[in-house]
Design a protein around this ligand. Structure first.
Ligand SMILES: [Zn+2]
Length: 287
């Protein structure tokens, strides 16, 4: 991360002050670099493609992030004021392509409450970043199919010849937020992407592995199906991975049933449905 360090020059202050109600001075601002995401496969078996990173570069400017570790519940926030794509010389991903990451600069206004947090960031303790966004397509890295629309038989994390199947996140629609989570740094300079989920990696006894794999496969299929149904339902909310990933298995099954039922039911002409809704509204007393 050291290479991303920067000074509070006039140019930088100008960028920061685009996001403040009143101009702030250098003395009142604390700014720091972070890596939001990259094209390395993460522990969920997913990765962004480079075009997705480029799109997220624009989407994340101005987005607020949260430090969600504070036991007192007084969450501190910071805001991204600048983003850039970096291609560190000679670095490759685990699957053999040039490594590309989306880095950002964020600021917070110094207060009595965030002194300790600033010390921690300076000391390099807060490193893991999780991001939340929606993508319109997830592509299988083995066969290239859109796993929302045409789920294939390839399973994330499994090897097919030379290749390990991953889901490639393509065409981000929106970026919601980012957060620092209090998890010790590990891969990729301690930075990983999630979609707001906070899974903690657990070690599994070997005898449970088989069962876990089967569950995982079923869950993957269920999520793909719900995603596909979402799209079929024509809801303008493009399959929102953030939502699907947050649901429990029971909730996913329920949603799957609801969506299936809605899709198989003959739909009334839109105008008639609207008129009906209007009538209902009139007869209800909302006071
Ligand atoms: Zn596939």
């Amino acid at each position: 991360m050291k290479s991303y360090e920067f000074e509070l020059t006039d140019d930088v202050m100008e960028k920061i002050n685009r996001f403040t109600r009143k101009p702030v001075t250098k003395e009142r601002v604390y700014a720091f670099p972070l890596v939001l995401c990259d094209n390395e496969t993460d522990r969920d078996g997913e990765r962004f493609d480079v075009s997705a990173l480029e799109k997220l570069r624009d989407l994340f400017v101005g987005k607020t992030g949260i430090f969600d570790h504070d036991p007192k519940g007084t969450a501190q926030t910071a805001r991204i004021f600048d983003t850039f794509i970096d291609r560190p010389e000679g670095r490759r991903t685990s699957y053999g392509e040039d490594y590309v990451c989306l880095a950002a600069r964020a600021y917070m206004v110094r207060t009595d409450r965030n002194i300790a947090l600033i010390d921690e960031i300076d000391a390099g303790i807060k490193k893991e970043v999780s991001i939340s966004c929606s993508v319109s397509k997830k592509l299988c890295s083995v066969c290239g199919c859109d796993v929302y629309k045409n789920p294939c038989s390839h399973i994330k994390g499994r090897s097919y010849g030379e290749r390990v199947c991953a889901h490639v996140l393509h065409d981000p629609r929106d970026a919601y937020e980012w957060s620092f989570v209090a998890v010790p740094a590990q891969i990729n300079a301690g930075v990983k992407k999630t979609f707001g989920g906070d899974e903690t990696p657990t070690s599994v006894p070997p005898q449970d592995k088989q069962l876990q794999n089967e569950h995982y496969d079923m869950l993957t299929l269920l999520k793909a199906r719900v995603g596909a149904l979402y799209e079929l339902s024509g809801s303008s909310a493009v399959c929102c991975k953030a939502l699907i990933d947050k649901l429990s298995v029971a909730e996913l099954i329920k949603l799957e049933k609801t969506l299936s039922a809605a899709l198989t039911k003959p739909t009334k002409p839109r105008t008639e449905a609207l008129r009906e809704a209007n009538e209902k509204y009139k007869t209800n007393d909302f006071n």
